[in-house]
Design a protein around this ligand. Structure first.
Ligand code: ADP
Ligand code: ADP
Length: 231
């Protein structure tokens, strides 16, 4: 099943009287269950593409079909609705609520999604189990290590069962041993059938994905199956 269809996507930014062409005609499809890394040098358009895929921004031109729905020209409110329903975000900074426990942080997205109160705690607990934090549920972020915080953020991103898990430099704030742990967790999440799209400028991280797309100057330079994903 096709989850993402990008057809001749362009994105221009106006800076004073200049127009920056951040994306020039990107066309690509991503299918359910794929694990994709988007790579490229600084300025190649990774964040711009990520923002469009994640419905944080709309393209200047072209068509984006997400799960059979055309999301190319939606209002901010419509985009927010789609985001909440379809996308789980993981960032370099964990964005956890500092005064809330891991469990409360993971329960929060279900409040917005209208999950019944009775079910929220159970689902959050199950998801924290899945990311290996069974014995840290009642800790606050400042009582957790960086890797554990990122696990909470990953649980929060997954708890509403999004169509895509979208990760932007997910290990950017972690040392290499902990990063590898997080990559193992991603492999696990992928194995369970989730669709993962990860933006990274590090080859060591990208080589865990099963497909690697390289951007250059706002275009797809290469789009290849990784013959030897790490896990
Ligand atoms: P990457 O994430 O690969 O570093 P970006 O998507 O951030 O690339 O940037 C692509 C191009 O678009 C760059 O030339 C960048 O300067 C420009 N750009 C990105 N965001 C903006 C913005 N909000 N306003 C103007 N130019 C931008
Ligand atoms: P709302 O639904 O009220 O518009 P936000 O715009 O704060 O809420 O967030 C909507 C989604 O976008 C959330 O899933 C959140 O994780 C994500 N998000 C928030 N801030 C950023 C950011 N700076 N970059 C990328 N994604 C973000």
């Amino acid at each position: 099943k096709k989850i993402i269809h990008l057809d001749n996507i362009t994105k221009n930014y106006k800076v004073g009287t200049q127009v920056v062409r951040a994306l020039r005609t990107i066309s690509l499809d991503i299918y359910e269950g794929e694990y994709v890394a988007i790579m490229g040098a600084s300025g190649s358009g990774k964040s711009t593409l990520m923002n469009i895929i994640g419905c944080l921004d709309t393209p200047s031109g072209g068509t984006y079909i997400l799960n059979e729905r055309d999301v190319s020209r939606l209002s901010d409110n419509q985009l927010a609705e789609i985001r909440n329903a379809e996308i789980g975000f993981v960032f370099q900074v964990f964005n956890l609520l500092p005064r809330s426990t891991a469990l409360e942080n993971v329960m929060l997205p279900m409040v917005y999604a209208g999950v019944r109160k009775h079910d929220r705690k159970q689902r959050a607990t199950d998801t924290l189990n899945d990311v290996g934090l069974t014995d840290r549920m009642h800790h606050r972020p400042n009582e957790l290590s960086g890797g554990q915080r990122q696990r909470v953020a990953i649980a929060r991103a997954l708890v509403n069962r999004p169509s895509i898990l979208l990760a932007d430099e997910p290990t950017g704030n972690l040392d290499s041993v902990i990063s590898e742990d997080i990559m193992k967790l991603f492999a696990d999440i992928h194995r369970k059938g989730n669709t993962l799209v990860m933006v990274t400028h590090e080859l060591d991280i990208a080589k865990h994905a099963h497909r690697i797309i390289k951007l250059k100057d706002g275009e797809v330079e290469t789009d290849e199956i990784n013959p030897n994903p790490v896990y």
